[in-house]
Design a protein around this ligand. Structure first.
Ligand code: A2P
Length: 269
């Protein structure tokens, strides 16, 4: 292939999946969120992820899995990302501006979906860091409030500023034209920090083990009959929380066989 035909081939391969950036917000020097146009044909379930990326210098796409942070009904797609120093994708992606194009493979998938859970009364969303992203989608999803009487979102980050994106999503719920009235007083937000002073310090795993979370929220524990959970964070976090949830008697679910909790790794980080 000549250089010209090769370039054309790359263009033909990637352009059908290109979407336009509509909004970018930098929350800290390590965290940003952005919105892109949504392909008309893209259907997904709130909580799922897709592959997104940019074209590398060699003309090949650099793609990573990203949870869709916007709900399934939204006209646009939102993503929440860390900036990994020297990271092949995020060191470039952090510079995107409205009008730029990103590649988005329209094949959503994932386990943090309502279909993977058996019916329950109360749902817990456990997140660390950018693991908040799928819950930013699910917190804005009407099905969450149709299915559950109570929704508890915990978010553990190193520093207070790392909580800002999640906090803004939670604070915006009541004013949301679609779900504002459904949310009512169902949502309880439980942010914690581990490396900077804040009203609630400590890893959520420790705060569960010593019962602090339950005392703070006025809840008598997590029970397989009533409670469901979704977990999204680092691998170590997910493993610890799995063990804690299994200890309460909850069993892991999947799309093919719904259970009482589901887990997914926060991808970019
Ligand atoms: P810590 O500061 O004690 O490591 P990171 O930025 O490394 O992804 O971590 C995000 C948050 O998740 C941090 O507050 C971190 O706490 C916490 N964390 C990391 N690993 C675990 C774990 N195994 N269990 C609970 N929390 C964790």
């Amino acid at each position: 292939m000549t250089a010209v035909t090769e370039a054309k081939a790359v263009k033909a391969q990637t352009l059908p999946d290109a979407q336009t950036v509509t909004y970018v917000k930098h929350w800290t020097d390590r965290l940003f969120s952005f919105r892109v146009t949504r392909p008309r044909s893209l259907r997904f379930r709130s909580g799922e992820f897709v592959m997104i990326g940019l074209l590398g210098d060699n003309g090949k796409p650099i793609l990573r899995a990203y949870s869709i942070a916007s709900p399934a009904w939204d006209d646009e797609l939102e993503f929440y990302s860390i900036k990994v120093p020297g990271g092949p994708l995020t060191s470039r992606l952090q510079h995107i501006k409205p009008g730029d194009q990103v590649i988005l493979r329209p094949k959503p998938t994932g386990t943090l979906v309502h279909d993977a859970l058996l019916p329950g009364k109360r749902i817990w969303f456990f997140a660390t860091g950018t693991g908040f992203a799928p819950f930013a989608s699910l917190l804005r999803e009407p099905e969450t409030y149709e299915k559950y009487d109570e929704v508890i979102i915990t978010h553990t980050c190193r520093e207070v500023a790392d909580l800002a994106y999640g906090k803004s999503i939670v604070e915006s719920l009541k004013d949301d034209p679609l779900i504002g009235e459904m949310v009512d007083d169902k949502v309880k937000y439980y942010p914690t920090t581990t490396r900077e002073e804040s009203p609630k310090m400590g890893r959520i795993t420790d705060l569960l083990r010593d019962g602090t979370v339950f005392r703070d929220l006025g809840i008598d524990g997590i029970h397989p009959e009533t409670d469901r959970a979704m977990v999204c964070g680092s691998l170590a976090f997910n493993m610890e929380l799995k063990e804690i949830l299994e200890g309460y008697g909850l069993r892991e679910g999947a799309n093919s066989e719904p259970g009482e909790y589901v887990v997914e790794k926060a991808f970019v980080g």
